[in-house]
Design a protein around this ligand. Sequence first.
Ligand code: NAP
Length: 288
Amino acid sequence: MVAELIKGNEIAQAKRDEMKDEVARLKEEGVIPGLVVILVGNDPASLSYVRGKTKACKQVGINGKLIELPEETSEEKLLELIDHYNQDETCHGILVQLPLPDHISDTAIIEAISPEKDVDGFHPINIGRMMTGQRAFLPCTPFGIIEMVKMKGIPIEGKHVVVIGRSNIVGKPVGQLFLNENATVTYCHSRTANMKEITKQADILVVAVGKMHFVGKEFVKPGAVVIDVGINRKDDGKLTGDVNFEEVEQVASYLTPVPKGVGPMTITMLLQNTIQSAKWSHQTEGVH
Ligand code: NAP
């Protein structure tokens, strides 16, 4: 068996094409979705991520604004800026690129963003809403993973999903989203005993560890769906995942490549959340 690839870049492009039409319709109603992306400091990787995000906004017609602040910006100054955009009705999403410099508390910043503009889905209110199945902004990478699986027509209900990794931005929420779709979910992490025995029971295996080629074929049940979230850079500068692709494609039924897998979906779901925020705020205006 050779696994069928789940091509995140193609799914992402199809979604962005639909978004273009949706944004055009919103514009006719006088609403231009707006996203403010704030970067503190000049970390090259973060700079390339935020530029990618604002460029993607432009592609679909979202008004994306990038604010670059110097490394020495105080927490107070950043909180003031967030407060300004919390009040600004033309701004529907606020994203502060993480990690922040050490003198600024990530938690304080995340909690300062209005939950109604938290398009990254990191605010504890949105996490709580997601867990209780209420209307919420879903964190972009986990949201993108669920979308990919659904768009491929892969059944989720009743399936055993095993997630390796329990970070707040990927592992924990992706398991919760699969649970919300009626899967049975098991988490593995660095203290898990007999991990391969557990992962070999997975119908859908999500790998978010951050270690190059951590998962080989001995972790995978024949016919399983394998989602590789990892992004690692090889010595030659090329990107590769947490899954040993050559090995696992021989046993899995579906597999996401790296690059062109989960990565392109993440930014796409950020765009979707921003458009959703604009729609929700527009509906609320109509109610008053
Ligand atoms: P993270 O915060 O470092 O979390 C890694 C998780 O892996 C932790 O829960 C850790 O367990 C677990 N782990 C580490 N070593 C392990 C081992 N030997 N056995 C079992 N579990 C182990 O990383 P993250 O933010 O979730 O990101 C994971 C990967 O996804 C990274 O490569 C990152 O670059 C990538 N990523 C990709 C996207 C995208 O858009 N494609 C988005 C975000 C992240 P403990 O909790 O026990 O320490």
